[in-house]
Design a protein around this ligand. Structure first.
Ligand code: 13P
Length: 251
């Protein structure tokens, strides 16, 4: 019922030549894939070049962040209409690295989600607890706060298009994946929170991706969990072979 969605977050990596080569390799080797939705999020400077490569293919172009004002005196920022203009259909919002290093809060994430919807971009809304929060037993409270505040004032007509990515901060780039059971537990709780806000039907249709050291050799076990609907992949999305293996996981 929910189409799996595998997305590559390239983070601050790859200049034009390598980005275009990677996009070409993915396009060529994934062109027969219809049962899995695919997205890649390059850095801003290569969006236009990568857009040329993936145009008309089954690979969707995503950005890694946006600001909530359309244009104006905001040095260094980029807006929804600009990302649309560059060929993006999706945008990652509230990634833990943005929260950790760039001061993003539940409030700024909420504004960015609204801005994404206003520009007809599908947001990938990232949430997840830190190691210290998990060890203190705060995972449920942190996730509840992030979901509730992040989605404040967002109508169901927008929320139905949203994708959530659960990315436990302690599993990102560390090689420490959450166990399938750990991930499933949080994913199920996220779905119930969404159901509380928007009703069961909307919650049942919402894709919830897992992110944090996803690789070709752990993706199938994760995807067997009933509330895992895809992955947001960092490191393993930077090489064609490893991302292809993830998209082509054994269901
Ligand atoms: P890694 O796959 O490198 O752990 O990164 C996950 C992530 O942050 C994707 O957004």
């Amino acid at each position: 019922m929910r189409k799996p969605f595998m997305a590559g977050n390239w983070k601050m990596n790859l200049t034009t030549k390598d980005a275009v080569a990677l996009a070409r390799a993915l396009k060529e080797n994934l062109k027969d894939v219809t049962e899995v939705e695919i997205g890649i999020a390059p850095v801003y400077t290569v969006l236009a070049a990568v857009a040329e490569v993936v145009r008309g293919s089954n690979i969707q172009l995503m950005a890694q962040n946006l600001f909530w004002v359309d244009s104006g005196a905001y040095t260094g920022e980029i807006s929804g209409p600009m990302l649309k203009d560059a060929g993006c259909s999706h945008v990652i919002v509230g990634h833990s690295e943005r929260r950790q290093y760039f001061g993003e809060t539940d409030e700024s994430v909420n504004k960015k989600l609204k801005a994404a919807f206003a520009s007809r971009l599908v947001p990938i809304f990232c949430i997840g607890e830190t190691l210290a929060e998990r060890e203190r037993g705060q995972t449920p409270a942190v996730v509840e706060r992030q979901v509730t505040k992040g989605l404040e004032g967002i109508p169901a007509s927008d929320a139905k298009n949203l994708v959530i990515a659960y990315e436990p901060v302690w599993a990102i780039g560390t090689g420490k994946t959450a166990t399938p059971a750990q991930a499933q537990e949080v994913h199920a709780s996220i779905r119930s929170l969404v159901a509380k806000i928007y009703g069961q039907e909307l919650a049942d249709g919402m894709r919830i991706q897992y992110g944090g050291s996803v690789k070709g050799d752990n993706v199938s076990e994760l995807m067997k969990q009933s509330d895992l609907d895809g992955a947001l992949v960092g490191g393993a999305s930077l090489k064609a072979d490893s991302f292809i293996a993830i998209v082509r996981y054994q269901p």
